[in-house]
Design a protein around this ligand. Sequence first.
Ligand code: SF4
Ligand code: SF4
Length: 361
Amino acid sequence: MNGGRLSTTAPSFPRRGDGSTMSTMTPLEKSDLVRRLGLEAGFDEVGIAEAAPIRRLGCFVDWLEQGRHGEMAYLSRAADVRVDPRRLLSGARSVIVAVQSYKPAEEHEEAGGLDGSRGRIARYAWGRDYHRVHRKKLQRLVQRLREAMGEMFEARVCVDTAPMIEREVAAAAGVGWIGKNTLVLHPRLGSYLFLGEIVTTLELAPSAPMADHCGSCTRCLEACPTQAFPAAYRMDATRCTAYLTIEHRGEIPRDLQSAMGDWVFGCDICQEVCPHNSKAPATSEPAYGLSERFPLSPRPMLDVLLNMTEEQRQAYLAGSAMKRATLAMLKRNAAIAGENQAGNQRIKKSYRQNGDGVSPT
Ligand code: SF4
Ligand code: SF4
């Protein structure tokens, strides 16, 4: 998967009047180097987009105007920056997109059992928080590029933190296509992908966009239990279990609760059914696998969540992307998951007795 090793000895480069060096490489040669060093750094795919306004802007604006982003008000803030990566870095000319699969080697059932006493956590949150892991790798890549190119350039690393329509930039960089489930898909890696970007002043040759390989498939649209897809390539976040369990702070509408199943943090159903994921390889990044450090993953005992203290939440979730959910949200989600587990009367009774503000209704 990784490219061949490159010499780390920087050749001598011409100097500018101020003494700084500049590369004699062409944009295409630099792009080849970026890709090779990116793969060598452990990323699964690397692509390059021109730093330019997002082309498919209409979808994003429609989505916001229809209120399908729910309580994620930050998505409508700085919308003018979000649609143009050049607003993130003065003089930006290119965006490097680096992709890492987080598809685990294990499955939920094997790892947790199905006795109705457990919840289910989305795969992206089983291991260490990708924000930190991905960011550090991107920062190291910038350092390697500076060494190998011998050229001064500015770079801003973004991992889900800067205002950017990340999936559109990823598609423009040719690292995948946006599937009918609205996620970025790669023909070999599937959709269990973390994305990260380096907005840079480097002039690079853009990668070719990838064709859409969804074809006539509609599995994700049909499998969604909350009917969160009003149409192919459109997602109503306000109906999505991932949004409801991770972002939504208040009460969850009753009609959606019963469709949420046993998910207590996120939902993977529209990815589980995707044929591109069934043949995708497991992640090569150990940080994203199951670990004793995160005892709640992948199927936490609902009793544990319901009786958890804030101190325990902080201890269990230190270094995990799950810490985004507050204690009240985790208890709310666990209560709903318990109600949804048909036949587990003991669990249901326990929720009602525990009624410390965690009732799902
Ligand atoms: S994550 Fe789950 S609830 Fe959300 S769109 Fe996919 S299948 Fe539907
Ligand atoms: S399930 Fe089918 S339609 Fe949905 S993203 Fe995968 S290939 Fe595309």
